[in-house]
Design a protein around this ligand. Structure first.
Ligand code: SF4
Ligand code: SF4
Length: 185
């Protein structure tokens, strides 16, 4: 069993997670309900109840470098099942934000997908699926990945080849700009 070095407890990290998520992580008593219901547990390197424990122990590096926080699908099953009413999904979301800030993202592909998705919404006010796929593939260095599926899906009218902007797309851009300004402030 790994012995915890008390000097490795980062209390500032515990406080920061609590402040940014609005959750009191000390309420978690390790019942394991969140992990039992999590549909992505099979893929996690650290189960979600252990993520909660590691936060309580101030293990910033282990938490922010984990793959689990990026594989989380924000389905909120953990939040719904927690007997202590901890919004665990919100904590996971907060950890992703912190990992980006700290430059410790362990799943670059997931981060790239989020960024590409949001860029599409900023440009068009909605998701432009074909543009997202092409851009994501290009940024991933796999420009022709899944290209064989394109004609089939387009032929069924499931996707539009050209983007369709919503009315008021400028207002959507404004939201992104205000966020970027606030973050830079
Ligand atoms: S929100 Fe994330 S951690 Fe919680 S149950 Fe869903 S996938 Fe698992
Ligand atoms: S369900 Fe809630 S109390 Fe139980 S381990 Fe998960 S976070 Fe902790």
């Amino acid at each position: 069993m790994e012995i915890l070095d008390l000097g490795s407890i980062d209390r500032h990290f515990i406080r920061a997670v609590e402040e940014e998520s609005g959750q009191d992580v000390s309420h978690c008593y390790q019942c394991g309900n969140c992990t039992a219901g999590c549909p992505l547990s099979f893929a996690y390197d650290i189960p979600v109840h252990q993520i909660m424990r590691l936060i309580q122990l101030g293990q910033k590096e282990k938490v922010l470098r984990s793959h689990a926080i990026w594989l989380c699908a924000t389905c909120e099953t953990c939040t719904t099942r927690c007997p202590c009413e901890v919004d665990v999904a919100r904590v996971m979301d907060t950890l992703r934000i912190m990992a980006r800030r700290e430059g410790t993202v362990s799943e670059e592909g997931v981060r790239r997908f989020y960024d590409t998705f949001l860029d599409s919404v900023k440009r068009h006010g909605r998701l432009y699926e074909v543009g997202l796929l092409m851009r994501y593939n290009l940024l991933s260095g796999r420009p022709f990945a899944d290209a064989d599926l394109g004609p089939k899906v387009l032929g069924k009218g499931k996707l539009h080849f050209l983007p369709e902007n919503i009315k008021g797309v400028e207002a959507i851009k404004g939201i992104f700009d205000r966020f970027a300004k606030k973050r830079g402030a």
